[in-house]
Design a protein around this ligand. Structure first.
Ligand SMILES: [Zn+2]
Length: 92
């Protein structure tokens, strides 16, 4: 792992096995599989890229739920955070 931002992932969250498009989760993804096709929506995923997208989505949705503003899971196409609580808590 390279230095920089660390995202603490839920240990039950299989980021490389979960479709970042429709959230379908594979039962099994061989370690040797570099890419896979989602059986639910047909999206083709590079496992590293898909995993990174899922972690990013999860990080954003965690931020949203942390402020109690329930609802949106994930983020919009632009990847902009949906929550305004970060600016409110900045002085801490
Ligand atoms: Zn899918």
């Amino acid at each position: 792992m390279r230095g920089g931002q660390v995202v603490v992932a839920d240990r039950f969250f299989a980021s490389s096995k979960t479709c970042s498009v429709c959230r379908h989760k594979l039962d099994n993804l061989p370690l040797s599989a570099r890419a896979w096709t989602c059986p639910a929506c047909g999206a083709i995923h590079d496992r590293d890229v898909n995993g990174a997208v899922n972690l990013k989505n999860m990080a954003v949705s965690s931020t949203v739920s942390a402020c109690g503003e329930e609802g949106e899971t994930g983020l919009d196409e632009a990847g902009s955070p949906l929550c305004s609580c970060l600016s409110r808590n900045e002085q801490v």
